[in-house]
Design a binder for this molecule. Structure first.
Ligand SMILES: [Zn+2]
Length: 181
C-alpha cells in the first residue's frame, strides 16, 4: 500500500514539473516571436547593403522571404494607398535602401515635400535604379525598379523641382531607411 502511495506522489510530482516547464515555454514564446519580427531581414539571405551582385530569383522564392505587403508591391508592381506610407511625411537625414535586397537607392538630401501622397525624390542613385516603360492601367509612365533585384519601387515623372525637374514617386514599403550616423 505504502509503495503504491509513494508512486502516486512521484507521478503527481512529475506531472506538476512538466506542467511548470510547459508554462515556462509558453511564457517565452511571445518574446522569441517579437525578436523574429524585429529582425525581419535576417530571414532574407539575399539582403545586403554591400553586395552589388545581381539578385535574380523566381517569385516563388521572393514570396517565401518577403513580407506579403512588400511582395505585392515589389514583385507584383502594387501601389500603396496615398498618404499612408511611413516615409511620406518624413524628413530625417540618412539613406534609403531597397527593402527587398538592401541596394542603395536614394539620399535624404534629394527628398522633397511633395503633395502627391508618396515619398518623393528629385534624384536617385544612378547605380541603384533602372527604368522600364509602363503602359498599364491606361497610362504611359516610366516605372522605376531596383537595379540589383528588379523590385518595383514606383514611377518617375517630369514634374519635379530643380535641379533635375524629375519626381521619383516611391512606395514607402519598397524602401528601408538608415539614419545618418
Ligand atoms: Zn533591390
Amino acid at each position: 500500500m505504502l509503495k503504491k502511495h509513494s508512486m502516486k506522489v512521484s507521478l503527481g510530482c512529475v506531472i506538476s514539473c512538466l506542467m511548470f516547464a510547459f508554462s515556462c515555454t509558453k511564457v517565452n514564446q511571445p518574446l522569441s516571436k517579437k525578436n523574429m519580427d524585429n529582425q525581419e531581414n535576417l530571414h532574407n539571405p539575399h539582403y545586403s547593403r554591400t553586395d552589388k551582385n545581381i539578385v535574380h530569383l523566381p517569385n516563388t522564392v521572393w514570396k517565401r522571404i518577403l513580407k506579403p505587403e512588400l511582395y505585392h508591391i515589389a514583385r507584383e508592381a502594387g501601389t500603396e494607398m496615398p498618404f499612408t506610407g511611413k516615409y511620406n511625411e518624413f524628413d530625417e537625414k540618412g539613406d534609403y535602401y531597397c527593402a527587398s535586397c538592401g541596394n542603395h537607392l536614394f539620399k535624404s538630401t534629394a527628398k522633397f515635400a511633395s503633395s502627391c501622397g508618396w515619398p518623393s525624390f528629385f534624384e536617385a542613385d544612378k547605380n541603384g535604379v533602372k527604368y522600364r516603360k509602363d503602359i498599364s492601367h491606361g497610362m504611359d509612365r516610366i516605372e522605376v525598379l531596383c537595379k540589383r533585384c528588379d523590385a518595383h519601387l514606383g514611377h518617375v515623372f517630369n514634374d519635379g523641382p530643380p535641379p533635375t525637374g524629375v519626381r521619383f514617386c516611391m512606395n514607402s514599403i519598397s524602401l528601408d531607411f538608415e539614419p545618418e550616423k
